[in-house]
Design a binder for this molecule. Sequence first.
Ligand code: PEP
Length: 255
Amino acid sequence: MRKMIIAGNWKMYKTIPDALNLIRTLKPKLIGEKEVEVIICPPFNALSPLAEILVDSPIKLGAQNMHWEEEGAFTGEISGKMLLTSRVSHVILGHSERRKFFCEDDEIINRKVRKALETGLIPILCIGESLEEREANQTLKVLENQLLQGLSGIEIKDPARLIIAYEPVWAIGTGRNATPAQAQEAHLFIRDLLNRRYETEIANNINILYGGSVKPANALELLRQPDVDGSLVGGASLKAEDFFQIIQAGKEVCN
Ligand code: PEP
């Protein structure tokens, strides 16, 4: 049985006071939450302050990126080991904005996924096709390349240590989400790829999240798809009420 996961990617939004305000609204609503795993991925400087107020909460913390080395002369970068000291458990890797604006390719992403796992962090590996690729019927090829290269040489012994996020680039921040059928088709394809790569027991228990313009109005129908095990939410995670409603949709699917 895969657990429902709702993760919020705050991107480069929210100062520390704004971040604290949002969490002070969200935290009491999620006391004792067991059905849905909630992960917040704020900017780096908000991680430690949030970790302090989330110490007695089921809400987990994720980072939005990390370097593949433990330490070194890499100005402006942060390592997995450093994230661990801010009580971070998850890290988003391969987000399409990192691929596009920071020239991250599958080889770099693969190094980061390896390092995250070695460090004890759970990578949320993002993959997804652009609009041009979808229109050229390349979606499945792109997903296959990004997934297999991102996971190249990586063995998974515990399915809970890896999360995949299917995020079609054309759906991110555009207000145009994938239809539930498009999401299910991609997720099932990813599930099959995982089955080719890992033992059935492992492959069938890895969470695959959908991301791309998820909001309270469309969350339920997307989360109801059999291979959609949760969501990576961008814009709608910036408002406590919207994010909470998406979590509620996740709970409804669990029941
Ligand atoms: C994201 O950035 O991962 C994302 C899914 O953004 P949005 O929900 O705003 O489309």
